[in-house]
Every structure is written in structure tokens, then in C-alpha cells.
Design a protein around this ligand. Structure first.
Ligand SMILES: [Zn+2]
Length: 543
């Protein structure tokens, strides 16, 4: 390599390094040229002096852990709950959002889901019976899910890498006692692959992520799967969750609940009625159910495709046997069937007479306790700021159970907004946004402190009042070829409003929304033409 060439390379690298300076300072050095107002970002601004990042004002807080069921403001700072009180001033936060008339609850926790999605056919582990969590969680107010045994010790790390680490939803896991995880055919019947020690070792490797052990769908007469699951649970100090599979006379439910399970273990599909959960004479709780409850076994709903029935649930609830947690057992087979989603599952319990406070507790604080993650599911000061903002609609609604039977209800929950780690991750009615035909608010400058969603940030769309408007005007007037680099710059965007020197905002005439009337002078949409524009194309493929 010749020396001149080497020198040129070195110089080139040095120049390249010089251009990789933080955008803000480069921008400052170039002022006032600043051809692209979009690049004037929050990085150039000083830190906010506000006490809180985000304030939810006027909502009705339901927080079972702290026994709050009343109107309260909720202030959030650095991803944590900072204060829950009456009348926290709106000016104390970067962004204040009015949530009057809505319920403010801890981010919901779905204790039983299947989210180890992948390409395998008919499989929960890396297969098409599992679903990608973010599509079914945040818009339901759910911020945490517990995958109930889709993976086993053999494939948990694939699950972690592929789903847990990549999802916006907080995904926790219970390891299946079957090493290969959950699938169709004989996978879950393979006693050779049920290894409590190996399962416990994997659980100990990922504390706080692996929060339980699962046994499911076992048809055999043996106690082996449950005994092995307990070995793993004891080793890793985590609960075991049981889907009790086929009803077998050799291993009656009462023996499981009275002898086999430890206090703190979880019995899911508790309101199904297929394995003795319900007494066939009285309709009330079956043998061992009260005994199990007395010992401290948790009873989880796990609605699933067929695992929840009103004919079991109503008499048990009337007898006073309420579930500890309400969960979906969501998978690809039930999202469009009776189950649907977390809030619809909660609606069914409202229809059966539970109070909203009980339903919220069963979907937040209770599941947090069951999996020993008590930093979640509550709104204590210092708790992780996962928050659901829910609306209760009143009317005549129908809800189906796993067998297709219907119950009538008059309340329906919907999610208006969801926060995870203090940031808005879902906003149904765009409450946190500013109007399209007006400037951004000051909070936009610190948007990264309170939202993960896009908000108008000023520049060509306004936002800094008169100064930003002037900057936008400058950019618009600057000749495109003022310097060599400007040719690639985006043209300034048309703004739907004007800001005068005093900061007064006026909406431009052609930005005002009026009813649409046909205009003879312009061509109508092509889809309305009598002869389709595609008529001259090659003929359409025949099926
Ligand atoms: Zn399940």
C-alpha cells in the first residue's frame, strides 16, 4: 500500500469521525442556516424542571394492594409511580392528561397465555398455536403476561431470545415440565422428557423471568408429571401451575389439592368443571376445592378455548368460591372464539356479579402475588408505573363461554390508554396528542419522558410558538440550492395554521374541515370511473 494512499485513508477516517458529532451541536454551529426544522429535536433542550413526567388527572383509581377505590390523581416520574393523591397540580408535570370518568388501574397481568409463536404446525412451542404478545396485550391494558408452559427447559432460551427479549409486553414464563414444551400428539405424554431437576436448573438460571413450572394436558394415570413439577418448583422456589389434563380415577382432584400441591401453587382452568371442580349433585365446589383453598392453593380461570363454563362458574361463585385470578389462556384458537381477550374475560365476571374492584384485583394484584412479582400489579409509590386506563360502557351485552353458552351483562370494559414503565404505549382516543391544526404543546419537547408514541414535535408543524413559526418560514423561503447540501433537504411542510408575533394561532381557511361536495373541475377517484383503468392491462389470472 503506498504511503500517500494510506495518508488519504487516514484523513478520510478523521473527517468521517469529525462528522459523527452529536446532531444537536452540529446544528447549533450551523445556525441560522438550519434547512430542516424536523431536526431541531429535544436533545438540544435543557432538562425539564417539572416535578413529574406525567400526571393522570381526575380518574377513579382501583388499586387492590393499597385498598384504593376512589378518585385520585396519579403522578409518574422516571418510570415509577411518584404520588397518588387528590388534586396534584397539572403544572407540576411535563404532561398532564385528563382522565375524568375513566378508571385508572395497575397494568393488567394475564397469568396464563401462550406466546411462544413460530412456524411449527399445531404447536404451542415455537408454533402456530401461540400468538405474538404485543398484538393482544397493550390495547387491552395488559402490560405483563405469563406464558404458561409453552416452552420447556430444552427450548426456553429460544423463546427468550425470539419473543421475551423482543416484545414490548413484559413476558414472564412458566417452564413446562416436559423438556420439549407444549405441543400436539404425544409430546406432552412423554414421561421420559419430564425432568424436574433439569427444569429447576433452567429456572434458577433466569430468576424473575421464569416464575413457575407448568404441567398440562396429561392423560395418564400416573402422578409422575406433578411430582417432577414439584421437584422443579421446590428447587427454584417458584409455584407450580396445573392444567389437570384428563380426569383419572387413579389421581383424583381432591388428592392433588389436599396432598400433592404446596400452598402457593396454582390450579388453572378452575371453573371448567371437567375434573371434579364442581360437585355433580349440588353444583357447588367439588371435593377438595375448599380444602385446597384453605391450604393456600390459588385458583386461576385460564378461560382458553373450552376451559371456562358459566354452568360451573355461576354456582361456584354463588357458593362463595371466587377465583384468585382471571386469565385468558390466549392462543390462536380462541382469540376470535368465545374468549376473545383479557377485558372480555373480565366482562364475564362482571356479568356474574363480581364487582369491578374484584375483577381488577383478579387481573392485577392477585396474579402479581401468585407469581411472586409484587413490584407489579399495584400503584404504590415507587412501584413500576405500568398503568391501564379503562372505560366501562353500559348497555346490553352478551358473552359466551367455552361451550358457546351465553350470559347477559350490562357492563363492558374497554381500554383507553396503557402505560408501561411510565411511558404511554397505547392511546385509543389520542388523548396525549395535540390537534392536527394547532401547534405542539411544550410537553412535546420532553416526549421521551412520557410516551413511546409519536407526538407532533414542532418544526414545520409548529410547536415552539412564534420562534418555530419563523424558523419554518425561513426554511420555506430558503432557495433550495442555497448551498450544495440543501438539494437533498426535504421541503418545508405546509402548515395548517399561522402563529403571529404574539403567539396567537389562526387556522388557515383551507385547513378547516367542511362537508365534501363533488367538484366537476377535478377528476373523481379512479375507482368510480365507468371504465376501469386496468382494462388495458393483461387479463387477470384465472384461479
Ligand atoms: Zn394454557
Amino acid at each position: 500500500m503506498n504511503q500517500k494512499f494510506l495518508l488519504a485513508v487516514c484523513l478520510g477516517l478523521l473527517l468521517a469521525a469529525c462528522t459523527i458529532v452529536p446532531q444537536a451541536s452540529a446544528q447549533a454551529a450551523q445556525q441560522p442556516a438550519a434547512p430542516t426544522p424536523r431536526r431541531v429535536g429535544p436533545a438540544a433542550l435543557p432538562a425539564s424542571d417539572k416535578q413529574y413526567d406525567l400526571l393522570l388527572k381526575g380518574g377513579h383509581v382501583i388499586d387492590a394492594k393499597n385498598n384504593i377505590d376512589a378518585v385520585r390523581d396519579v403522578a409518574i416520574k422516571d418510570g415509577k409511580i411518584a404520588k397518588v393523591a387528590l388534586n396534584i397540580p397539572a403544572t407540576s408535570a411535563i404532561k398532564a392528561i385528563d382522565v375524568t370518568g375513566l378508571y385508572v388501574t395497575p397494568g393488567l397481568i394475564d397469568l396464563h397465555v401462550h406466546v411462544f409463536w413460530g412456524l411449527k404446525k399445531n404447536d404451542y412451542a415455537d408454533g402456530d398455536w401461540s400468538i405474538a404478545p404485543d398484538g393482544f396485550t397493550l390495547h387491552e391494558g395488559v402490560t405483563t403476561v405469563v406464558d404458561a408452559g409453552s416452552s420447556g427447559w430444552r427450548n426456553f432460551e429460544t423463546f427468550k431470545e425470539r419473543v421475551i427479549d423482543r416484545s414490548q409486553t413484559r413476558v414472564l414464563a412458566m417452564l413446562n415440565i416436559v423438556g420439549a414444551g407444549m405441543g400436539s400428539g404425544q409430546i406432552e405424554q412423554n414421561k421420559e422428557d419430564m425432568d424436574g431437576k433439569k427444569t429447576g436448573e433452567m429456572a434458577l438460571k433466569y430468576p424473575g423471568i421464569i416464575v413457575g413450572v407448568k404441567s398440562a394436558h396429561f392423560n395418564g394415570p400416573e402422578w409422575l408429571p406433578y411430582d417432577q413439577a414439584e421437584i422443579a418448583g421446590v428447587m427454584a422456589h417458584i409455584p407450580v401451575m396445573i392444567d389437570y389434563g384428563s380426569r383419572r380415577i387413579e389421581r383424583p382432584l381432591y388428592q392433588l389439592l389436599e396432598e400433592k400441591l404446596r400452598p402457593g401453587d396454582i390450579y388453572t382452568h378452575a371453573l371448567m368443571g371437567a375434573r371434579g371442580e364442581q360437585d355433580s349433585e349440588t353444583g357447588g365446589p367439588g371435593k377438595g376445592m375448599w380444602e385446597g383453598r384453605q391450604r393456600g392453593i390459588y385458583f386461576d380461570v385460564g378461560h382458553g378455548g373450552i376451559s371456562f363454563n358459566f354452568a360451573t362458574a355461576v354456582p361456584l361463585i354463588r357458593a362463595g368460591f371466587l377465583p384468585d385470578s382471571i386469565s385468558t389462556d390466549i392462543h390462536s384458537d380462541n382469540v376470535n372464539a368465545a374468549m376473545k381477550d383479557m377485558l372480555t374475560t373480565g366482562d364475564k365476571f362482571l356479568a356474574m356479579g363480581l364487582s369491578l374492584k374484584e375483577v381488577i384485583a383478579d387481573m392485577s394484584w392477585h396474579p402479581a402475588v401468585e407469581v411472586q412479582q409484587t413490584q407489579l400489579g399495584n400503584l404504590s409509590e415507587g412501584a413500576i408505573a405500568d398503568v391501564a386506563i379503562l372505560r366501562v360502557d353500559h348497555g346490553n351485552f352478551g358473552f359466551a363461554d367455552g361451550g358457546g353458552a351465553r350470559i347477559q351483562g350490562n357492563q363492558r370494559l374497554d381500554c383507553e390508554m396503557t402505560l408501561k414503565d411510565g411511558l404511554i404505549v397505547y392511546d385509543l382516543d389520542a388523548r396525549a396528542s395535540t390537534p392536527w391544526d394547532g401547534p405542539a404543546d411544550d410537553a412535546a419537547r420532553y416526549a421521551s419522558k412520557w410516551t413511546k408514541l409519536r407526538v407532533p414535535t414542532g418544526g414545520a408543524r409548529g410547536g415552539g410558538g412564534a420562534a418555530a413559526a419563523a424558523a419554518a418560514a425561513n426554511a420555506a423561503n430558503a432557495p433550495a440550492a442555497a448551498n450544495g447540501q440543501a438539494a437533498a433537504a426535504r421541503p418545508a411542510r405546509w402548515t395548517p395554521y399561522e402563529v403571529d408575533a404574539n403567539g396567537k394561532v389562526t387556522v388557515r381557511d383551507n385547513a378547516k374541515v367542511v362537508p365534501v361536495t363533488p367538484n366537476a373541475k377535478v377528476p373523481p377517484p379512479a375507482a368510480t370511473w365507468p371504465i376501469p383503468p386496468s382494462a388495458s392491462w393483461p387479463p387477470r389470472q384465472q384461479p
